[in-house]
Design a protein around this ligand. Structure first.
Ligand code: KG4
Ligand code: ZN
Length: 333
């Protein structure tokens, strides 16, 4: 870290991960820490909102103290605080935004409320700048699934979105059906690599514009295993991932052929999937488009992407307050 290097402190608490990070103007991550709540929500097969808020309250001050103690000399280098203001769970968002307001008051600096979904897009440029416009952006996370075409950070066309479950939700629900813990994304991937995709699950809405639907696929998996014992977890996982990846790649290909962008960016927790990453790479090689993938550790929720996004808000003069907005859209700031 350079002496007098200006940093933004990022705070993320929109769902079930409590995270803080310090990032400089060029996207170099100087500090990052995440406390996962997976062990709390595991038993419920999904995020239990009240328990998530309580765990954020217990964890968040310690996270900030840990950073300030470890980097004792840099407190005066913190230029501003960027905190997720939405979308997310109201109780969880309140914890992060309140802390940001308190710290900003105490330290005499500004706190900016930023958009978590745009944070995911920023994750591709952490440590290494990769995004160039125009870009087709696929966001696949636990809470969201959509495809956009962007010519700049302020010009966003939403091409399609899921009509029911997000991709991450489908991974987590199928995981629960085959006896895995929550969240199940990584475990499904690990199994899928060992199994073979021998079961032909549906490819929902594959030829139906840019919208997605994953609830039928989830039901198809439930039907295939209910009351039967002639199935292997690994083959179910491999067949399920193959269906998801075929649908996702098909829609991305259509967008690449239509819009001919410079970059395809795939972001959000499910972009950590090695299978989807490999398929996205093949697609981009075939279509001669640059692929922008976040490092796997920045695919899932973290505060480094939030801090780096804070620099964009400062550069654009956006001064959105650190007040929760549960239903913030990708197009919003
Ligand atoms: O972006 P994220 O951390 O949180 C939200 O903003 O929603 O995404 C969480 C989702 C979960 O559904 C989880 O199962 C999925 O990302 N996920 C994965 C992998 N790692 C996390 N899905 C597939 N493969 C993975 N390796
Ligand atoms: Zn997220």
């Amino acid at each position: 870290m350079l002496l007098n290097e200006k940093l933004i402190l990022g705070i993320e608490s929109s769902c079930d991960d409590t995270a803080i990070a310090l990032v400089n103007r060029h996207g170099s991550v100087r500090y990052s820490d995440v406390i996962s709540q997976d062990h709390i929500h595991n038993a419920f097969g999904g995020v239990y909102p009240e328990l998530a808020s309580r765990a954020h309250v217990e964890n968040i001050v310690g996270l900030v103290n840990g950073a300030v103690e470890k980097l004792a000399d840099i407190k005066q280098n913190i230029e501003a605080i960027a905190v997720t203001r939405g979308p997310g769970l109201i109780g969880s968002l309140i914890v992060g935004t309140n802390l940001a307001q308190g710290l900003a008051l105490g330290w005499g600096i500004r706190a900016i409320g930023v958009n978590h979904l745009r944070g995911h897009l920023k994750s591709v440029d952490l440590d290494l700048s990769q995004l160039s416009f125009p870009a087709v952006v696929l966001l696949i996370s636990g809470g969201h699934t959509f495809l956009t075409y962007m010519t700049s950070h302020t010009s966003v066309k939403i091409l399609g979105a899921t009509r029911d479950d997000s991709v991450g939700e489908a991974f987590d629900k199928v995981g629960r059906m085959i006896g895995l813990g929550y969240p199940a994304g990584k475990e499904i991937d690990d199994l899928a690599i060992k199994g073979s995709s021998t079961i032909s699950f549906p490819r929902p809405m594959i030829n139906d514009g840019y919208d997605f639907s994953f609830s039928g696929l989830k039901t198809a998996v439930a039907r295939r295993i209910e009351g039967r014992s002639d199935w292997e977890k690994a083959d179910i996982a491999a067949s399920f991932v193959s269906s998801v990846s075929e649908v996702v790649v098909h829609k991305c290909r259509k967008a690449l052929q239509h819009y001919r962008p410079n970059t395809l960016a795939m972001v959000g927790g499910v972009a950590a999937s090695p299978i989807l990453r490999e398929e996205a790479k093949k697609l981009c090689d075939e279509e001669n488009v640059k692929l922008a993938l976040p490092a796997r550790k920045w695919s899932t929720d973290n505060a480094a992407m939030i801090a780096y996004l804070g620099w964009d808000y400062i550069d654009h003069g956006f001064d959105t307050p650190p007040i929760p907005e549960v239903n913030l859209k990708f197009e919003d700031f």
